[in-house]
Design a protein around this ligand. Structure first.
Ligand SMILES: Cc1cc2nc3c(=O)[nH]c(=O)nc-3n(C[C@H](O)[C@H](O)[C@H](O)COP(=O)(O)OP(=O)(O)OC[C@H]3O[C@@H](n4cnc5c(N)ncnc54)[C@H](O)[C@@H]3O)c2cc1C
Length: 363
């Protein structure tokens, strides 16, 4: 396998490097400052032709092979700029399950960053067991009325739209009674409450309370009862290699930590982080080459997610071992890594999926 850039990829990388060189240091990469300006960063990337690289051209993407996303992730990490905002799973969810009309209306704004989105799936009593969700959407004329409580909703404070899962039929088996909607976040009957993370960040996510919010019936994504299929598409893509471009960032942090420990014995955590980061880098490349050969994955995304979690947490442990609690940036790398085994489905759930759907274990 030849991992070197083709002439077209090399030209793209050069153009991107030049553009990034002019912006290095101008966008914050962590903390509330990062979240506050994430939308601006998204729009700047898109306006320069560096966002939505593998998504359909008719919705504002570039229809390039997924390897361009990896080049983008590598160069963003190299330049020390923020990562690309990850919303591929929402693009895939709406793109696959929404009709052409909904896609034309909503995908361009989602991709170019002029309209911000959040994902309203989890609830206080429904995370891993998402099918037990209790938020309801009840038909009222040509609209549905939403009642319920969502939590851990990333970007809810800045979102214009929410891709919401709600129960539309309580009388059928629970997976079959869920529908998906595109709900406007700018209306009465929606209250957004920010949540503070242990890193101190307050702008990353919140809880959203729906009390009589309305959504036009034609903003249901797919047919009534098809919300579960959309949910599986979304979580499947949350766990895929396209969003695993972060491996470049882990590798960079490992090299920075190694440079800081030069001259003294590196902590064992750092050696292990180097192994994990390299394993993930090679794994992502293998997945990409499979993608380029047209192989599509289902439950294998759980393996990707688990490996990514192990790598990020190993790097987090190394950051703590090298920087202690005195270096805020390294402490933050450690603290944030704790969330990785929860977001997008916990590590235990990934192991359950691998056991039952890949290895065929259990009943
Ligand atoms: C940073 C971050 C961002 C997030 N963003 C969003 C978002 O934008 N939108 C959204 O809808 N949600 C979001 N989430 C929520 C996330 O999807 C849930 O936190 C996750 O699915 C786990 O659900 P829970 O928190 O309710 O934990 P629970 O499901 O209550 O799990 C608690 C513990 O029990 C374990 N457990 C549960 N069931 C089983 C089982 N069957 N077998 C073995 N162990 C089990 C879990 O692994 C976990 O350790 C986000 C979470 C984080 C951390």
């Amino acid at each position: 396998m030849d991992f070197r850039d083709s002439p077209e990829e090399a030209a793209f990388r050069d153009r991107l490097r030049d553009w990034l060189a002019e912006r290095a240091g101008t966008f914050p990469t962590s903390g509330d400052e990062y979240w506050a300006r994430q939308g601006e960063w998204h729009r700047a990337l898109h306006a320069a032709g560096f966002f939505g690289l593998s998504w359909p051209e008719r919705y504002g993407g570039h229809e390039l092979p997924p390897v361009y996303d990896v080049i983008l992730d590598e160069e963003l990490a190299r330049a020390g700029t923020p990562p690309r905002p990850s919303l591929g799973y929402l693009v895939q969810g709406l793109g696959r399950h929404g009709g052409e009309e909904l896609c034309r209306r909503f995908l361009p704004g989602m991709i170019d960053g002029t309209e911000r989105w959040c994902q309203g799936f989890s609830e206080p009593g429904a995370g891993s067991d998402l099918a037990s969700l209790t938020t309801t959407a009840t038909r009222d004329g040509d609209a549905y009325v939403v009642q319920g409580h969502k939590i851990w909703t990333s970007y809810s404070d800045v979102a214009d739209w929410c891709l919401l899962l709600a129960r539309t039929d309580p009388d059928v088996p629970r997976h079959k009674g869920i529908s998906a909607f595109v709900v406007s976040m700018h209306q009465p009957g929606i209250e957004q409450r920010p949540l503070k993370m242990m890193s101190g960040v307050t702008k990353e996510f919140g809880q959203v309370l729906f009390d009589g919010a309305r959504v036009p019936a034609d903003q249901m994504v797919g047919a009534p009862g098809e919300g579960w299929a959309l949910a599986m598409t979304v979580v499947g893509h949350e766990r895929e290699p396209a969003t695993l471009g972060f491996s470049a960032r882990y590798g960079k942090l490992v090299r920075q930590l190694a440079a800081r420990t030069k001259g003294s014995a590196p902590p064992p955590e750092l050696a292990w982080a180097a192994v994990e980061a390299e394993m993930l880098r090679l794994h992502v490349r293998r997945r990409l080459s499979e993608q380029l050969d047209g192989v599509s994955h289902g439950p294998e995304g759980s393996l990707d997610k688990l490996l990514m979690t192990w790598a990020e947490q190993a790097v987090g442990h190394a950051a703590l071992a090298v920087g202690g609690t005195e270096d805020p940036e390294l402490l933050n790398a450690y603290l944030y890594s704790r969330a990785q085994s929860v977001m997008g489905g916990t590590s235990q759930i990934q192991k359950n999926i691998i056991a039952s759907r890949i290895l065929g274990l259990g009943d």
